[in-house]
Design a protein around this ligand. Structure first.
Ligand SMILES: [Zn+2]
Length: 140
């Protein structure tokens, strides 16, 4: 095409040409923005490091919880739930859900978990009344 050649376009052709140019320009702009929004290698590495750190912390929390649970269960299985004088060492009350719950004061094991009776509502958990009585070993 010669340098100074005159081109004749209809209005529709000119409009299509302009629209095409604008569309292409917009597409270039969008891809440039998308490129700018992409995280850098450094950002990706930092993100990966943060994810790895979070996963390690979570695993540590899980391990610690498991260890604490195992320690608690070992303590509970070794506990006789009694004071040195032989009486049961638990405490508790009638709860709002209508249940009596008594927990060992030494190992925190849930010892009693039953529906409350009218007697419990009036006098407190009946087990606590007998708590003061010394423990008599049962013959198996
Ligand atoms: Zn206990």
């Amino acid at each position: 095409m010669a340098e100074h050649q005159t081109v004749t376009l209809t209005f529709d052709q000119l409009q299509k040409l302009m629209e095409g140019m604008i569309e292409k320009s917009n597409a270039n702009m969008i891809s440039a923005i998308q490129e700018l929004k992409k995280p850098s290698e450094k950002e990706l590495a930092a993100e990966k490091l943060a994810e790895e750190r979070a996963a390690k912390e979570l695993q540590l929390m899980i391990d610690t919880a498991k260890q604490e649970e195992a320690t608690k269960l070992a303590l509970q299985s070794a506990c006789n739930h009694r004071k040195p004088n032989g009486v049961m060492d638990y405490a508790g009350q009638v709860h709002n859900d209508g249940k009596v719950r008594l927990i060992c004061q030494i190992c925190q094991k849930l010892m009693v978990n039953r529906p409350a009776t009218q007697y419990d509502y009036q006098n407190g958990p009946m087990e606590l009344e007998y708590q003061a009585q010394p423990w008599v070993p049962q013959v198996v």
